[in-house]
Design a protein around this ligand. Structure first.
Ligand code: FEO
Length: 616
């Protein structure tokens, strides 16, 4: 039975999923399966973009027949001749006698290589910039050699502004009923697989991928249809931005990937001690035992992280076999622009560090740290200082104190932060309870995000105790404040830290909801209890997504907005009797007396930094 999905009125996905494939291309595990995408355009003429792997041939043929709805197939655009997309070409030529293949010269050569036949009379050869008018649509062909084979081309439908991107923008994983990336939590559930796909399949060809991105940047793109994975119709620029990083070998994250090969656990022990030392310095690390992790996972992680540490025992006077395979894989995938450190172990002749170094020296822009550690069988207490020194050397190339290193982007010139205050917000008291401590803070970020399931989100400044408590307990109440809320409520919950004060001390107007957490009974018109189902780190704030577990209407007073608070509740600043030197927070009006304003100053009221202060 056919299984197809409509993309637009005249474009249909006719591909299929394979969840039985153990090793994609014979080398990459695909525990979540893989999709082979094929797209049928039903215009005045019918056009199919690529076919599928032979494993899903039958489903594909049923899908195509259904989507054609009795029409004949006029054109097959062969964008990529790798057999996972071209296995059904010959069968289609037989099934549809009027079918014309649209491909470039290189693809035709590959068709002849794979099938040993003469197809010249049934082929329409295209080159860069050539077009095919199919009725309403105009297809433009764009060559994309080595993304991932030499014959690869992509197709741009200038009518609906759709890019058929061949292997680019693909992802491992079966589609599981979804077709569009916005139908799943792509960042959480698929981004790692997209990176693993890119780095292992196309990673070697960063220059060529960047060239394709350059061509694509000149196009207005509403949708991207790749040969594997999801169709992109929303937030396309986010995924394109990832490709820009990957194709330029720019690390996505500052931190350390530690890959180790350890026969009896002593090399692993050394690697783990290093990881602890790094974490104590605030440096994030991830660890891979290359004897059990797939090389594709390690390659993918190497494309993600800025610093790579390889710790390997010496084996037959060389690098341990699984580590040697990983290093060779990284070199062949063109890894570059990374800082590297090596650790070796050897019971009688330790040689692996030097051998790893020699292999990686061939890669571009690899900074191999001089500090390395050589252990004999096991790490000795006297060598702990060497690990400290290695951690120091890594930290010296990974400066964390400045904002940029902590992932706080500088504000571009064309971003006026005041614009953010034009957004309208409510104001809420967000309360939590942990280990018998009740706490709460003022927030303006509670919003409903879905009806089914009924969910809300709330963003909380990470410096707030409430944030720490929420991370531990995952439960909260939101009391929706009303216009009659006095300033004292904002002072109580907003201007102090729960670390220093008991915010409920002497505060009578509260009760406990079913989750045991306090909520406000006065100056509030409704209370929503949330149970956290997900949380995301967004730099200064954590975003919590929560199921609504209880909701109560308390009064009919109108909700207070941020604007109303500023206009009617917040006391107006008193004119200072004598002009003092200092800085005023543009956000909340807080006055810092003195000059200069310290670089690391944080407003005690609204938590904004020096860039939001102006000289008084
Ligand atoms: Fe899925 Fe390069 O082919």
């Amino acid at each position: 039975m056919h299984c197809i999905r409509k993309i637009t009125e005249d474009l249909t996905w006719v591909g299929a999923n394979d969840r039985r494939l153990a090793m994609f291309e014979g080398v990459y595990s695909v525990p979540g399966g893989v999709s082979y995408n094929s797209y049928l355009l039903n215009d005045d003429t019918t056009v199919l973009f690529d076919t599928v792997d032979k494993a899903v041939r039958q489903r594909f043929l049923e899908n195509l027949r259904e989507a054609l709805n009795g029409r004949k197939l006029d054109y097959l655009v062969v964008q990529h001749m790798e057999p996972d997309h071209s296995a059904v070409i010959m069968e289609l030529l037989a099934l549809y006698p009027d079918l014309t293949l649209v491909c470039n010269k290189k693809a035709l050569a590959f068709i002849n290589q794979f099938h040993d036949c003469d197809l010249d009379s049934r082929v329409f050869i295209v080159d860069e910039g050539d077009t095919l008018n199919t009725g309403r649509h105009v297809l433009h062909f764009v060559m994309a050699p080595m993304v991932h084979w030499p014959e690869v081309m992509v197709t741009y439908d200038s009518t609906d502004k759709i890019l058929f991107s061949a292997d680019a923008f693909g992802c491992f994983g079966a589609l599981n009923g979804a077709l569009f990336a916005d139908e799943v939590d792509f960042e959480r559930d698929y981004m790692d697989e997209a990176r693993r796909y890119y780095s292992n399949i196309v990673g070697k060809y960063g220059t060529q991928s960047a060239a394709l991105l350059g061509k694509a940047s000149c196009l207005e793109i509403n949708m991207i249809c790749p040969l594997h994975g999801f169709v992109w119709r929303r937030n396309i620029e986010d995924f394109v931005a990832k490709y820009a990083l990957w194709s330029s070998y720019t690390p996505e994250e500052k931190g350390v990937m530690i890959a180790y090969a350890s026969v009896y656990g002593n090399t692993e022990n050394t690697a783990e001690i290093l990881a602890c030392k790094l974490r104590e310095k605030g440096i994030r690390s991830v660890m891979y035992d290359v004897s059990v992790s797939s090389a594709s996972d390690v390659v993918s992680a190497a494309f993600k992280w800025s610093h790579l540490v390889f710790a390997s025992t010496t084996y037959n006077a060389g690098i341990f076999v699984t580590m040697e395979a990983v290093i060779n894989d990284l070199v062949s995938h063109n890894i570059q622009n990374r800082t590297v450190a090596v650790i070796e172990n050897g019971s009688w002749a330790a040689t692996s560090a030097e051998l790893i170094r020699k292999k990686l020296e061939k890669c571009r822009d690899i900074n191999i740290l001089e500090n390395s550690i050589s252990i004999r069988s096991s790490l000795k207490p006297s060598q702990l200082s060497e690990i400290d020194q290695l951690a120091d050397a890594i930290a010296a190339t990974l400066p964390l104190p400045d904002a940029a290193a902590q992932g706080v982007p500088s504000v571009p010139d064309n971003v006026d932060p005041i614009t953010m205050f034009k957004l309208s917000y409510g104001l809420f008291v967000l309360t939590t309870r942990d280990c018998n401590k009740d706490n709460g803070c003022i927030t303006n970020t509670a919003i409903q995000i879905s009806e089914h399931p009924r969910r809300i989100s709330v963003a909380v400044n990470k410096s707030n105790l409430t944030c720490d408590m929420l991370l531990r307990t995952g439960a909260f109440n939101v009391s929706i404040l009303t216009q009659n809320a006095p300033f004292s409520v904002f002072e109580r919950f907003g201007f102090h830290s729960g670390r220093d004060t008991d915010k409920f001390d002497g505060f009578e107007d509260n009760n406990r909801a079913a989750n045991g957490i306090r909520y406000l009974t006065e100056h509030t018109n409704g209370v929503i209890s949330g149970k956290v189902v997900d949380s995301f780190d967004h730099g200064s704030h954590m975003l919590f997504i929560a199921d609504v577990t209880q909701a109560m209407v308390i009064s009919s007073e109108p909700s207070v907005t941020y604007q109303y608070y500023f206009d009617h509740i917040k006391p107006k600043p008193q004119a200072r009797a004598e002009k003092k030197e200092g800085f005023t927070c543009k956000i909340c009006g807080y006055f810092y007396e003195g000059s200069p304003l310290p670089d690391d100053f944080v407003c005690p009221l609204c938590k904004h930094g020096p860039s939001d202060f102006e000289k008084a």
